[in-house]
Design a protein around this ligand. Structure first.
Ligand SMILES: NC(=O)c1ccc[n+]([C@@H]2O[C@H](COP(=O)([O-])OP(=O)(O)OC[C@H]3O[C@@H](n4cnc5c(N)ncnc54)[C@H](OP(=O)(O)O)[C@@H]3O)[C@@H](O)[C@H]2O)c1
Length: 313
């Protein structure tokens, strides 16, 4: 790596390895993904590293799935502390680790890798980051909520569904365009919601039809609505929920953060509901990864300001 780039390649990593060229501060952390150019993680982590006086730089590396192990080996051998993994690598990351912590095992995906004593440790900060974001935005814990997850079938929807189920919410309603994926997930989370006192897990855990009628039938009986689909990123996207179905008691969390005010959030605000966008989940998952790598509290407010600046520039 002879100069700072927006996106590095696996060849750059090898070049650094073989020729000793570097950047300053040295690259010691990264996000791997395909695509990876949209990732705001460097803007989140580099100001935090600087503020903490850590001589390390966080970079984006474009890594396709078939190159994942090679890229992981390259950074492990050349002094990196670890890496984040984003689409589509969170499942490959799970398989590549020598040790996966209990939560990441349950969520079925790893987004944070840490090298220690020559071993690869995997964890997942997406689920806990989501919980912190909900608590911060709405001052309530998932345990006390009736939750509907739209997109419970995609990667993010799966992690958030499992994390919510572990919190044993009052109700969990799953919906996904491809219904079979939500049904499979329902079967996986059902045992988490059964306990000795409440045998009626089936009424606490539902799969809703992916139709206006299906959503309408459930919306009166949920508090928190989570958009874990990619709908809302493009202006031309269809409405996720017809505006007239949104109610003042709803808490609406849109995992999409670009744009920051999606049509769903604007409809929800017009209906008098409270809302938050996915930037807070991004912030908190990043802070948890930082805590994993450095075993110290992350400078949250610095990270928050940097992320806000990066997302509006
Ligand atoms: N804020 C954060 O920190 C954070 C973290 C992770 C992800 N995200 C966001 O979460 C969203 C999902 O990401 P992902 O990684 O889970 O993606 P993914 O694995 O590709 O899943 C996409 C989901 O969206 C659904 N979907 C896509 N197009 C649709 C359409 N036209 N109509 C209805 N449903 C549709 C898919 O349903 P099918 O199963 O039927 O295809 C699936 O449930 C993205 O917007 C991403 O940016 C945010």
């Amino acid at each position: 790596m002879t100069e700072e780039k927006q996106i590095y390649t696996i060849e750059d990593l090898t070049l650094q390895a073989t020729q000793g060229h570097g950047i300053s501060p040295p690259a010691r952390l990264s996000v791997f993904g395909d695509p990876v150019g949209h990732s705001l993680s460097p803007q989140l982590h580099n100001p935090a590293l600087k503020a903490c006086g850590i001589d390390a730089q966080y970079i984006r590396v474009h890594v396709a799935e078939h190159n994942f192990l090679e890229a992981l080996g390259a950074i492990k051998d050349h002094g990196f502390l670890g890496t984040n993994c984003t689409i589509p690598l969170k499942f490959a990351a799970l398989d590549a680790c020598d040790h996966v912590d209990e939560l990441a095992g349950k969520l079925g995906a790893v987004n944070t890798i840490c090298f220690e004593d020559g071993k690869i440790f995997g964890s997942n900060s997406d689920g806990p980051g989501f919980l912190r974001a909900i608590r911060e935005a709405f001052a309530i814990d998932a345990h006390d909520l009736r939750i509907m997850i739209l997109g419970a079938g995609g990667g993010a929807g799966r992690a958030v569904t499992m994390q919510c189920a572990l919190e044993t919410p009052e109700r969990l309603v799953l919906a996904n365009r491809t219904r079979e994926k939500a049904e499979l997930l329902r079967a996986e989370v059902a045992p988490l919601l059964e306990d000795e006192l409440i045998h009626a897990a089936s009424s606490r855990l539902q799969v809703a039809d992916w139709s206006n009628e299906g959503l309408e039938a459930e919306l009166g009986n949920v508090d928190l609505i989570v958009n874990a689909t990619s709908l809302g990123m493009k202006r031309s996207d269809p409405d996720l929920i017809p505006a007239h179905l949104l109610q003042p008691h709803h808490l609406v969390y849109d995992m999409v953060y670009s744009p920051q005010r999606t049509k769903l959030l604007s409809d929800a605000q017009n209906a008098g509901a409270r809302t938050a966008n996915g930037l807070s989940m991004l912030l908190h998952q990043g802070a948890i990864s930082f805590e994993t790598w450095f075993n110290r509290e992350a400078p949250l407010e610095i990270m928050r300001r940097s992320l806000e600046d990066a997302s509006t520039s």
